[in-house]
Every structure is written in structure tokens, then in C-alpha cells.
Design a protein around this ligand. Structure first.
Ligand code: SF4
Length: 756
């Protein structure tokens, strides 16, 4: 079934794969127990070219994902009383296809929306869903990126000419690493995060700067920690930019050569009152000056912005101001700075600068994704163009998006809904049908988090074990749905079957002829590849068929990057991918390639984002220091901690072994409330209330509280002795979102605390 490192029967067999618990997907090796399915041991895979053997402690817990008791082993159909009954696969495929086709035929395929397509470790299902979506005429989709990154993508488009111009930090080589709204110790974001930030912190010639309201594990290591007021990032960034431009710290020669509209930017910053803005940011001005000068004077600087500013007030504006800092200091397109990377597959739709709107709420669709906070209102309305059906895959919006109560209401209002997942989730419990998928370790799987530079990596993981009985890999589910919906016929595929039997070169030649002669077949490409190329793939690797198409596309569009990595045609790259269970470097670039990737014709950066200028001007009057008397605390709803993971881990037993942590608040606030560590406390927001354990932690600023992410999952039959924690999105509201991108304010939820 899988690769092995064994040389004789006495040696352990280690299977190369990856951890699926965060976007870094460290390479790991797993040893199975005697039953052939339990993950007995997990260790870092030194042969993985990106992670080089590194892991954090979370990878050791992967068996809770793979072998949790909540795995589904049969398609489930909801009955009239709300319970679920098992049905066979033929019935499930027939009824799901019929249910979706009925909505399409009565109201149009655009009233069916698609959510998900993959979590932190599995993006192939999203690719394979393309055929099903085309067969149904679906037009709207979304995923977690639309509650995190779409504002940043849009800013990239404004600065560099296209949203596909995604910047990545060269942390390995930088002299000054800045993490903004990010705790890389627990949320990672770069390969070998803990090793890299420790190396920077321990090197007297390099500087680690952490900007975070909390004294995080990363902040404890940092040379400089700016403990910004929650929600005060825009004032901090505005003050830093003003210091750069007024204290002769900008790289003016670089800007003259590389950027447009510096005069307009300086005019916009001319009225910034540094003392007042520092106060609104909650940081002494001399600390801001020191950090700003350190960035400007460093040989190079790379900045990683993340959810701390993207899920907070002024989210999209924050992204613009952050990027101006590395641009004004000449740190774009250079070693140790920020660069534009290649991508092996698309993470989101690209393009779409905001002119496309949702049909009911007219929210901007950025990078092809509906803003998550707007989706319930696209359903809960009598508008004739409302969304009427949902196809959710490898995602759990009812639990992981803002305002769980509103999402449950929206799902109940749909005419038809289906969820594809490995376990019964909170979203599954609202759906008409739940189809059980094989796990990420039971089929070939991969992600498109290919965000590195100058080398970029892709890891196609072979399966470790056979699919759990009763489950199907998503490519097979979509193949069956495409066939049931009449997307194509056996006759359409016959020439490709014949060519596949003759090898990849014959297949490539036939493929372009067949698709050229029958362009409609091209709409269902992933399923066509799965049906025709899948059967000649090595055993267990059928799901990798679509990767062949991506390899051809990548080499055709990025010939020089691929050649520098050693690949001159798509079949050569594909061969390397399927025979390298620890992953490959598929792309290699020199630093100046970043300027070639700029999409403005003059290859210059546009410094001023006109749509955000008015919002910037409002900062002069807005005051982050003002408290809400009814809700005096600022809650970060969803903080990564050692004992948290994404909700892929659905096993209550892992909470017994790694107990939940609770609401963090500082000693000063705990004393004022009269609560002790471990006490129960009620958290109340305008949306809801819940009771959590108290965890007193002086890593918090007074007035700032936080709840962990990924907890509070529903296990109706769990041991009541196990504390499952609280679900943060019972407290968040869809109304709290960025005015431009619609990204939620999860890190800035106004709350009050009451003793229980
Ligand atoms: S950093 Fe940790 S959680 Fe993320 S992929 Fe690696 S081992 Fe898994």
C-alpha cells in the first residue's frame, strides 16, 4: 500500500506523509501498530525538503484524527424527526445528485453554493469538486480564506497589479524578522518556525520583532515586543510609516526607481499626530521609534502579517499599511525581504478585483470567494436570487465561522444540503445528507500551500492505509456524482483510456487532442483525469491523477522556475512528484524574478490604495481607547495554544489527554472580578453567552481576554468527565466584519465577564 523504509523484517516500517494540523504540513514519518491502522509513532521526516525533520508537538497526536471514534462509515440521510439513518452509496449518490439537480432546474445552479474543498491538509477534494460544480452550474463558493486573507490578497492586487502577486517573507535569510498579529511559536506560518525564530533571536546581528497585544511565547523570545492595544494596529502602523518618511529613514532611491505616488502618500501622512497615534496604539512613542529605526536600518527586513490584524478592526487597511513598511524601507524584491512566489495550484479564484458582488447583500467577492460573514444573509431572505442549497466539503462552517447560531438557522432554511467529511460535524448535523470521506491518510493527498521562495515545494502524500470500510475518497465521490448528473459518457473517455495504457507521453499527446475536439469535456477535467489516468497510477495513488494536469500547467507557465529546479517538461515533474513520498522542490528562483512577476506594465509599485484613503483619514477622529460600558473587555475568540488544533481532530479522548484551557485574563482583571484560577466565569457578548474556566495569565493586557480555538465540539455521547471547552463562535456576530473585505473581527469581540 505505501512506501517503506524497512530493509528487513526486524526494522520498523516508517511511512512518509505530512502533518495535517496547520498550513505548514511538516513532513512526518509514521509507524503503524500491529493492527495496521493505529498510528503508533510519529517523527519528523528529515527527507522532506521544506521541513527537514522539524515538527511541533501537535503532530504526535495525529492518531486522534485518523482513528477517532467519530469517523463515519456509511452515508447518512436525515429523517423527518431530525435523526440520521444509514443508506448505501448508490442510493446516496442518486439522491444527492437528484436533490441538487432539482434546485438547479427550478432556481438555477447559481443558487447552490460550495463551501470548503479542503482544510489544512487536503486540497485535492476542492480540485475534484470542479466537475460536480460545473455539472450543476454552481457559481458561488467560499472557504476559510475568505475569513482571513481576502483583504490582504486584494491589497496585493492594488500594490502589485494582481491578487495572484502574493508576498512571502524570506525569514531564513532576513536580518530583521517582524511578526505582526502572529505568534509563530504556536501558529507557525513558516517552515520550522520555532527553530527559525530561535536562530534569529539568538543571533546578535539579527533582530526579532513581535507585535502582539499578548506576551506570547514568541514575544518572550523577541528582541523587541510592541504590546499593541487590541484593535490599535492601524495607529501603530500609521505612526511607523510617518516616522519612516519624516525621519529620513525611507529608501528614497529605491522608491524613485520602483514605486509610484510617493508624494500622494506623504501628503496623506502629513497630519498624523505621532504622540496621539502612539497613545491610541497603546505603546510609548519612543518604543515605536526604536522598532521603526531598527527595521529601517537592518540589512534586510521581512514581515509576516497574520490573523491578529486581519481579524481585527481596519483589517484591509492594516494590510496596506503593513506592506508599505517593507516597501518604503526597500525590502521588496530582495534577499531577506518580501518576494512574489510561484504556486503549484490555486488556493483561491485569483483575479476579481471586487467588481463581482454577491446576489443579495452585494458584498464584494474577492479572489473568487464570497465573504463568509455575508453568506447566512444570502440564505435567510425572501430575495428571489437567494442561495437555496449547499455543498460543503472538508469544512465545518457552522462551528468555524462567525455566529454559529445564525449559521444553524441558515442551514435549516436551505432546500437541500450535503456535507462530505470524515466524521459527523456540527455542519453535518444540519445537513440533509452526510457522505463519509476516506481520511487524509487513506488516499493520495496534498495541499496547495505552496508559498515559499526562493525554493518552493510540493508534497504529494501516498496513502498509509486502505480507506476505512464504508468510506470513499472524494475523487470517487465526485466521479460518481458527475456520472449521475450525465456530465460525460464512456464514449467521450475511450481515446484517453487507450492512450493512458501506452504511457504518459502518449497520454499527453492524446489529451490535448481530445480536449481540443471536445471542449465541454474540459469542464470536468479533474474527474476525466481521475477516470482515465487514475487506473494506470500506482496502487492507492489514483487520487493523484489531477496532479498530472497541474504539473503540465505549472511547467508550461513557469518554464524557467521549473527548469532551475530540474524539470523541463510536465511529465518529468509529475514523475518526480509521484515517486517522492517526502515531497519535491518544484520551483527555484533568483530574487529579482519578483520584479518580473509584477503585473503593472511599468513594473512599479502603486503606493496609494485609493479605496482605503478615506478609512485612513477617519483614524484621526476614531479612538481605540474608548471602552464600551456594557462590554468593557476585548475578547480574542480563537487563540492557538499547545492544547488546541484545528477541528479536524474529532476525538473527545484527546481532550482528556491534552486538557482544555480556558478564558485567559490577567491577575489585575481577575482580582477586580474576584475570580481565581480554575473558577467558572460567564462570558457575555451581544451575540450570546457561555461559561468557561478561568486561566489567569499575565501574558494578557488588562482588559484583554482570550479563548482557545478549535474547542467546544459536539460529542453527544462523550464522557461528561471530559471538559470539551467552549465554542468561540457561539459568541461572535456576523455583523462584526471589515467594511471592505467582510473579514470577521474574531480577535476583537466586545464582551463582559460575570462571576458564576
Ligand atoms: S508546525 Fe506542528 S501543527 Fe504545523 S504541520 Fe508542523 S507538526 Fe503539524
Amino acid at each position: 500500500m505505501t512506501d517503506t523504509a524497512a530493509t528487513d523484517s526486524t526494522e520498523p516500517i516508517w511511512h512518509q506523509t505530512a502533518c495535517n494540523l496547520c498550513s505548514i504540513n511538516c513532513g512526518v514519518e509514521i509507524k503503524l501498530a500491529d493492527d495496521g491502522r493505529t498510528f503508533a509513532r510519529v517523527r519528523g521526516d528529515k527527507a522532506n525538503p521544506a521541513s527537514l525533520g522539524y515538527t511541533c508537538e501537535k503532530a504526535l497526536r495525529l492518531d486522534h484524527y485518523q482513528n477517532g471514534p467519530h469517523r463515519l462509515t456509511s452515508p447518512m440521510r436525515r429523517t423527518a424527526d431530525g435523526s440520521y439513518e444509514e443508506i448505501d452509496w448508490d442510493t446516496a449518490i442518486r439522491e444527492v445528485a437528484a436533490g441538487l439537480a432539482k434546485v438547479r432546474d427550478e432556481h438555477g445552479g447559481e443558487t447552490i453554493f460550495y463551501y470548503g474543498g479542503g482544510g489544512q491538509g487536503n486540497h485535492l477534494p476542492g480540485g475534484y469538486s470542479g466537475g460536480t460544480r460545473k455539472a450543476l452550474g454552481m457559481k458561488y463558493s467560499s472557504n476559510a480564506l475568505a475569513q482571513e486573507k481576502t483583504g490582504e490578497f486584494w491589497v496585493d492586487g492594488q500594490l502589485f497589479g494582481a491578487m495572484s502577486c502574493h508576498t512571502t517573507p524570506d525569514m531564513e535569510h532576513t536580518a530583521c524578522a517582524v511578526f505582526l498579529g502572529k505568534n509563530p511559536w504556536h501558529s507557525h506560518g513558516i517552515p520550522r518556525a520555532r527553530t527559525v525564530i530561535k536562530e534569529i533571536a539568538n543571533d546578535p546581528d539579527r533582530t526579532l520583532i513581535i507585535i502582539d497585544p499578548r506576551v506570547t511565547e514568541s514575544a518572550e523570545l523577541a528582541d523587541i515586543h510592541l504590546q499593541v492595544r487590541p484593535g490599535g494596529d492601524a495607529w501603530l502602523l500609521g505612526a511607523m510609516l510617518t516616522i519612516l518618511l519624516t525621519e529620513d529613514l525611507a529608501d528614497r532611491g529605491y522608491l524613485a526607481e520602483r514605486a509610484n505616488r510617493l508624494d500622494d502618500l506623504e501628503a496623506l501622512l502629513a497630519d498624523v499626530d505621532l504622540d496621539e497615534w502612539a497613545d491610541k496604539a497603546g505603546i510609548p512613542l519612543d518604543e515605536i521609534r526604536t522598532a521603526t529605526r531598527t527595521i529601517a536600518e537592518a540589512e534586510s527586513c521581512a514581515i509576516f502579517e497574520d490573523l491578529g490584524i486581519q481579524m481585527a478592526p481596519h483589517s484591509t487597511l492594516n494590510s496596506w499599511l503593513e506592506k508599505l513598511i517593507f516597501i518604503i524601507t526597500g525590502n521588496f524584491g530582495v534577499k531577506g525581504g518580501m518576494n512574489l512566489h510561484t504556486a503549484f495550484g490555486k488556493l483561491a479564484g485569483g483575479g476579481g478585483g471586487g467588481t463581482r458582488l454577491t446576489p443579495v447583500g452585494e458584498h464584494r467577492i474577492l479572489s473568487g470567494l464570497m465573504p463568509c460573514n455575508g453568506i447566512p444573509d444570502e440564505i435567510l431572505t425572501t430575495h428571489p436570487d437567494r442561495l437555496r442549497a449547499a455543498f460543503v466539503e472538508s469544512s465545518n462552517p457552522v462551528h468555524s465561522l462567525a455566529d454559529s447560531p445564525r449559521w444553524r438557522e441558515a442551514f435549516e432554511a436551505l432546500e437541500f444540503s450535503v456535507v462530505v467529511d470524515v466524521a459527523m460535524t456540527e455542519t453535518g448535523l444540519c445537513a440533509d445528507y452526510v457522505l463519509p470521506a476516506s481520511s487524509q491518510y487513506e488516499k493520495a493527498e496534498a495541499t496547495f500551500f505552496t508559498l515559499e521562495f526562493p525554493e518552493n515545494y510540493f508534497h504529494l502524500r501516498p496513502p498509509l492505509v486502505a480507506p476505512l470500510e464504508g468510506t470513499l475518497p472524494e475523487p470517487e465521490i465526485h466521479r460518481r456524482l458527475c456520472r449521475e448528473l450525465g456530465a460525460y459518457s464512456d464514449d467521450d473517455l475511450a481515446p484517453l483510456h487507450e492512450a493512458a495504457a501506452e504511457g504518459l507521453d502518449a497520454y499527453a499527446a492524446a489529451f490535448f487532442d481530445v480536449i481540443g475536439a471536445n471542449p465541454d469535456l474540459g469542464k470536468f477535467l479533474p474527474s476525466v483525469l481521475y477516470e482515465t489516468l487514475g487506473p494506470v497510477m500506482p496502487e492507492g495513488m489514483e487520487s493523484a491523477a489531477a496532479v498530472w494536469g497541474l504539473a503540465q500547467t505549472f511547467v508550461a507557465g513557469n518554464a524557467e522556475s521549473a527548469a532551475r529546479a530540474g524539470y523541463t517538461d510536465g511529465n518529468q515533474l509529475f514523475d518526480a512528484i509521484i515517486t517522492s513520498p517526502s515531497g519535491v522542490a518544484f520551483s527555484s528562483d533568483p530574487y529579482d524574478v519578483t520584479w518580473e512577476r509584477m503585473r503593472y506594465e511599468d513594473k512599479k509599485i502603486n503606493l496609494v490604495v485609493d479605496e482605503l484613503v478615506d478609512e485612513f483619514r477617519t483614524l484621526a477622529d476614531e479612538d481605540s481607547r474608548v471602552k464600551d460600558d456594557q462590554f468593557p473587555f476585548i475578547l480574542a475568540a480563537g487563540e492557538r495554544r499547545s492544547s488546541t488544533a484545528n477541528t479536524a481532530m474529532r476525538d473527545p479522548e484527546w481532550r482528556r489527554k491534552h486538557p482544555t484551557t480556558g478564558l485567559r485574563l490577567c491577575t489585575e482583571d481577575a482580582e477586580a472580578l474576584g475570580v481565581e484560577d480554575g473558577a467558572k466565569i460567564r462570558i457575555v457578548t451581544k451575540r450570546g453567552e457561555t461559561v468557561s474556566n478561568v486561566e489567569i495569565s499575565d501574558s494578557m493586557r488588562p482588559g484583554h481576554i482570550s479563548l482557545p480555538n478549535g474547542q467546544g465540539l459536539s460529542y453527544p455521547d462523550a464522557d461528561p468527565e471530559i471538559d470539551l471547552g467552549v465554542s468561540p463562535n457561539e459568541l461572535t456576530s456576523i455583523e462584526d466584519r471589515d467594511w471592505f473585505a467582510g473579514t470577521p473581527h474574531h480577535k476583537h469581540v466586545r464582551a463582559r465577564l460575570e462571576r458564576v
